[in-house]
Design a protein around this ligand. Sequence first.
Ligand code: SF4
Ligand code: SF4
Length: 437
Amino acid sequence: MDTSAYILSLADRCVKCGLCLPQCPTYELTANENESPRGRIALIQGWLSGQLSPSRVLTQHLDQCLLCRRCERVCPSQVAYGEIMDQSKVLLAEQTKTRFSFQSLIINSSLKLLLNKKSSNLLFSALRLLQKSGIFVLIKKSGLLKIIGLQHLISYLPDLDKPAKTKNFYPAETRTPERAEQVKVILGETRSGSGVQKIQGNVALFTGCLSQQLEPETINASIKLLNRLGYGVYVPEQQVCCGALHLHDGNKKQAVKFAKTNINIFNKQKNITAVVSLVNGCTSQLREYPQLQISESFTHKVKDIIEFLAEVEWPDDIQFKPLDKKIALQIPCSLQNNLRAENKLMALLQRIPGIKLSPDTVYNNCCGAAGSYFLRFPQLSGQLKNLALDKLKKSDPELIISSNLGCALQLKTGLTRDNSINVIHPISLLEQQLKSN
Ligand code: SF4
Ligand code: SF4
């Protein structure tokens, strides 16, 4: 079956019932059927059956989809909306010439630099220097960034910490029966259970291409927690970007290239029970590598860090300090609609005494970050960010928890004038509250 016929076979499952419409953030903002899942499927059917040409207007309606897959979750016909869109974008990119614009040139070049490990290491080293020396403030004030079209992207750049410098392997923590007894006494433990830490196995960590630069504390916290739970952690240095952004932008060739490199690297880790991924969006892409028609994928071993920690056995003596801060929780679309693991995130957070989660403090609609969407459609993205922050700030939180790097950066940009609220990854919060013993 050729690609067009395959996409049509998936799209034809849609019975046009419209149940997905109230779930769609772009339909909610525009009230335009072409900006809804049902409308986009109809456009794709029209195009692939020859009734519509792949015009600029058609392309724009497809591009403005956030790929949040909220529609997929409620669809009674189980239409594989995400796969339809990914395949359609690849085909559309093959059939149409990209219109040149200064803005797309800047966005594409920036993404190319950021998503390549070598160039992004160099770039972030330079940015760190500029931030430290104070020159960066002067550049921002000079208006130069606006002239060269980088002002919006740079507004997402946080104050940079040192990047995560990882080793190849971090051995699991072990605990002798004697030490276990001492710990029980220290904690005033009366519960049964040996508290003897067993080695549970090894995992390999998929960190995502930007986490080492932008979220080093999450990497360190994940390694620490996994070690504490009895898992040795490999961090393969040669791992590359998962390729999600490239695929969503129609660049299948580059997505396949990255996928093959990652498969080759992680398949070499023979003694691991799981490939644990730190970014929800990357986890979802790693798990969907078979859709790129590559064999020997390690998909069956891929677990998001949230899923992994929620599913494994926890030793009795791991305890957390109570949290005395008001929190709000943002649930990323990739965790909710692709991985369907939001309950696991809640269960994990409930391990921290004092944490209060209620419908008033949880936001599960798209925040507008959506891969490179925040760069390509800043207006729609900004509207969604404001809706998210309005809801999240209602309960007057001191902390907003988000498990996806892109969403966390998006929310942070909206909080720049509100320094009293911090955005934190759930794993960093768990590690922060971990009682040392
Ligand atoms: S809910 Fe599913 S079947 Fe109904 S219109 Fe939306 S995509 Fe089509
Ligand atoms: S993926 Fe999200 S934005 Fe796109 S059609 Fe579905 S609900 Fe709407």
